[in-house]
Design a protein around this ligand. Structure first.
Ligand code: 5BU
Length: 493
């Protein structure tokens, strides 16, 4: 078949696989315990016979292209069984069927079918990661006296499976590599460049080396690398600021006068990546104050977060975001949102974010200088720092899923642990102190080291530890150093 025609078939097949959910992007735990940004589930093929037939035909073509010589085929159970069956029937090649467990009665066979010792059998597999499952099947067939020199896989995850099988004397032919699949899906507009980068980063960090167990932990990425794989533009901006200013410190200025807030912010601006405010405790709030916040953010390169904790139905949340005295959407880059009401609250805020663009350009011309100043997004509250909070682990998990489904507005999480391995989000922790453990009102504190190094979160949110300190600038510098040092040490682990 001409190369171009083959490529067009594969592009179409890649789209088919995506549309039947045989290829998914997000955050998944593999059998090995590794967290992966991509998941292949070719088991669903049995419900889509046309796609199954195409996959099987491609496997046949790949075996022929690789000049594999064989008398029979055998699929690695279970997913490859229907693939091998289809190929066997379509091309009239005898099939053998490996049992997952040898029967404990009757013939005790581990391979069903008419075995001819000394004949050649081709192993068929859907996806290869380390090559372990393919090799297990090869060994069972060899024990039966069959000769196995070749295997064909539909998708090679490029995590060293091919090389490992080669060491065992098995040539692995593949229909597609992950790189090819990503490029086909990107060129057809199904996934974006950030997703491609994230999957490639994962593949690179999770190679299996001969004789060595697979890594159980994914590599810790730098802020710069996180910026490259971030889903939301504000997540990208925040990681870029953290990298450039060498700070993961978010100051929570819970003061009540505009003048005090702006003064403190001007002093500690160089040491922070974001400021968090509670605008509803500010006694003399004005639009001028909000504009000044934005301007300070541009001058010192930090973002503005309003800790509004939206938790109502979509319609009410929209009014709270856009209206009233505060008109939050016009000046806060980010807001906090409870996942409690369900995804409607996130979607409703997302739907009105464009208001920010129109108003900012009229009222604050300087804001136009920075594209990110007019971006809007939210942080989902997946966990709280207060003692006895009611956010169960199921609630936290559901919040992560909600974020996955709303990547165009969710920038990351407020949490006290890294609640997901998904590097495309940011994880920020409130309740941080250098020495205190509680405040007498059920706030619970962690140190910057505990937050970043032990719990794997990205940023520390500090309130009273800074604005109530005798010297707030010195305190901010101490938190900046402690937080950044913990990050540097984490990279060395
Ligand atoms: P502190 O002074 O560092 O304790 O202030 C912490 C800030 O973070 C304060 O504004 C809280 O409202 C905010 N916060 C929190 O402490 N814990 C949470 O779980 C969430 C927000 Br959500």
């Amino acid at each position: 078949m001409p190369v171009l025609a083959r490529q067009m078939d594969l592009v179409e097949l890649s789209q088919d696989l995506f549309s039947i959910n045989a290829v998914k992007f997000g955050n998944f735990t593999l059998k090995s315990g590794i967290q992966s940004p991509v998941y292949f589930d070719l088991r669903v093929l049995v419900s889509h016979p046309t796609v199954l037939a195409k996959v099987s035909e491609q496997i046949w073509l790949a075996a022929n292209r690789g000049r594999a010589v064989f008398d029979s085929v055998c699929g690695v159970p279970y997913t490859a069984l229907p693939l091998a069956t289809q190929l066997s029937v379509q091309h009239n090649v005898p099939m053998l069927m490996k049992r997952n467990e040898a029967k404990d009665h009757g013939t005790k066979k581990s391979v069903e079918g008419s075995i001819i010792p000394g004949s050649k059998c081709l192993v068929i597999e859907d996806v290869v990661t380390s090559g372990g499952s393919v090799y297990e099947t090869v060994q069972v067939l060899q024990k039966e006296g069959l000769i196995v020199t070749d295997a064909v896989v539909f998708l090679d995850r490029e995590q060293s499976g091919k090389a490992r099988l080669k060491e065992k004397g098995i040539t692995l032919h593949s229909v597609l590599t992950v790189t090819q699949l990503l490029s086909f899906l990107e060129s057809s507009g199904v996934i974006d460049a950030a997703t491609v980068a994230r999957v490639q980063e994962f593949v690179k960090a999770n190679q299996f080396t001969a004789g060595v167990q697979p890594q159980l932990k994914t590599k810790v990425l730098t802020y710069e690398e996180r910026a490259a794989v971030a889903y939301h533009p504000l997540c990208k901006t925040l990681f870029t600021i953290m990298h450039e200013k060498k700070t993961n410190l978010i100051v929570s200025i819970d003061l009540t006068s505009c003048k005090e807030i702006l003064k403190l912010l001007n002093d500690i601006g160089p040491y922070i990546c974001m400021v968090k405010v509670h605008v509803d405790i500010v006694e003399d709030f004005s639009r001028e104050f909000a504009n000044n916040l934005g301007q300070l953010g541009l001058n010192h390169n930090f973002l503005v977060l309003e800790d509004r904790k939206f938790a109502d139905i979509g319609n009410t949340a929209q009014h709270q975001y856009t209206g009233g005295v505060f008109q939050i959407v016009h000046w806060a880059n980010l807001v906090t949102v409870h996942s409690l009401p369900g995804p409607g609250v996130v979607k409703s805020l997302r739907d009105v974010r464009n208001l920010a663009k129109n108003l900012s350009s009229k009222c604050i011309p300087t804001m136009l200088q920075a594209a990110h100043a007019r971006e809007r997004g939210c942080l989902l509250i997946a966990e709280m720092s207060s003692k006895g909070h009611l956010l169960s682990s199921d609630y936290t998990k559901a919040s992560v899923s909600m974020a996955q489904e709303n990547k165009d507005f969710v920038v990351g999480f407020i949490c006290t642990h890294k609640v997901s391995e998904d590097a495309g989000f940011i994880y920020l922790t409130p309740g941080v102190s250098l020495s205190q453990r509680t405040d007498g009102l059920d706030q619970q504190y962690l140190t910057p080291e505990e937050v970043v190094k032990v719990r794997g979160c990205d940023g520390i949110i500090v309130g009273r530890g800074i604005y109530q300190a005798a010297n707030a600038v010195e305190a901010a510098i101490s938190f900046q150093k402690a937080g950044y040092q913990a990050y540097e040490e984490l990279l060395q682990l």
